[in-house]
Design a protein around this ligand. Structure first.
Ligand SMILES: NC(=O)c1ccc[n+]([C@@H]2O[C@H](COP(=O)([O-])OP(=O)(O)OC[C@H]3O[C@@H](n4cnc5c(N)ncnc54)[C@H](OP(=O)(O)O)[C@@H]3O)[C@@H](O)[C@H]2O)c1
Length: 216
């Protein structure tokens, strides 16, 4: 299975690319092909240093969608619409949203769109056959990038397509020590997305770093 990462050059995108390219084929997407190639070079160098295999290639965001079975949208909420609408070929693809609409005020605040969540907003702007799942919303970019750190987190996965949700949870379970959990339908995504500003507030007010969640 090839996993494409739109925004594979960003804070979580590059870290996800590093981790995933060691276990499956990855296509890193960007609006700027040379930036995507830079992330691929970083993945290849890191894998070489660790003596492990790595399968990664660069592409435009359009190529990522064309060439991948599962696409992670690792971009800020405010750029979702222009990015999604600039690309064709979403039909039938599994699309994973780690997107958390939020703002930093005196504390971090969840700011969903009128649809209720970033995931439901995506459902509105993507073709109806796209198989959308929410996942990876609550893991800090720093943790993804620190490849020597074991990721001992729980990953809630929301979605309406059971097969797609199983595929996403199986992928999650192959990354470090992550464990995927079925968190219900896509309409429950607001619960998962809103955990992230909570985690950031806990980190900020308790002088902690990269706080995550684990279900026991
Ligand atoms: N950062 C975290 O710790 C974290 C944790 C959990 C979830 N998330 C979620 O993951 C998503 C990505 O977060 P991030 O912090 O990784 O974002 P980011 O680093 O700020 O941006 C990610 C990528 O978005 C693309 N981008 C930037 N401006 C754009 C524009 N005007 N139009 C289209 N694409 C643009 C860029 O890719 P190119 O320039 O290569 O096209 C950039 O590398 C967000 O929705 C966030 O809520 C983040």
């Amino acid at each position: 299975m090839r996993v494409g990462i739109i925004g594979g050059t960003g804070d979580i995108g590059e870290g996800i690319a590093m981790r995933l390219s060691r276990i499956t084929d990855v296509c890193v997407g960007s609006r700027d092909l040379s930036k995507a190639q830079g992330t691929c070079d970083a993945c290849l160098m890191s894998a070489k240093e660790c003596g492990v295999n790595c399968s990664v290639k660069a592409g435009t965001n359009q190529e990522v969608v064309e060439q991948s079975d599962l696409i992670i949208l690792a971009i800020p909420f405010k750029h979702l619409k222009t990015t999604v609408e600039s690309i064709t070929g979403w039909e039938g693809k599994i699309v994973v949203s780690p997107v958390n609409p939020m703002e930093r005020r005196e504390s971090f605040v969840y700011t969903p769109p009128p649809e209720g969540s970033a995931a439901l907003y995506l459902q509105k702007i993507l073709p109806p056959t796209t198989r959308i799942c929410t996942a990876f919303n609550n893991i800090a970019g720093n943790r993804w990038c620190d490849i020597t750190t074991e990721l001992e987190y729980s990953v809630p996965v929301c979605g309406d397509d059971q097969e797609a949700k199983q595929i996403v949870m199986s992928l999650v379970d192959r990354i470090s020590s992550l464990k995927g959990y079925d968190a219900g339908p896509l309409s429950s995504s607001h619960i998962v997305e809103s955990i992230t500003p909570l985690l950031l507030n806990i980190a900020r007010f308790n002088k902690m770093k990269d706080v995550g969640i684990r279900f026991v």
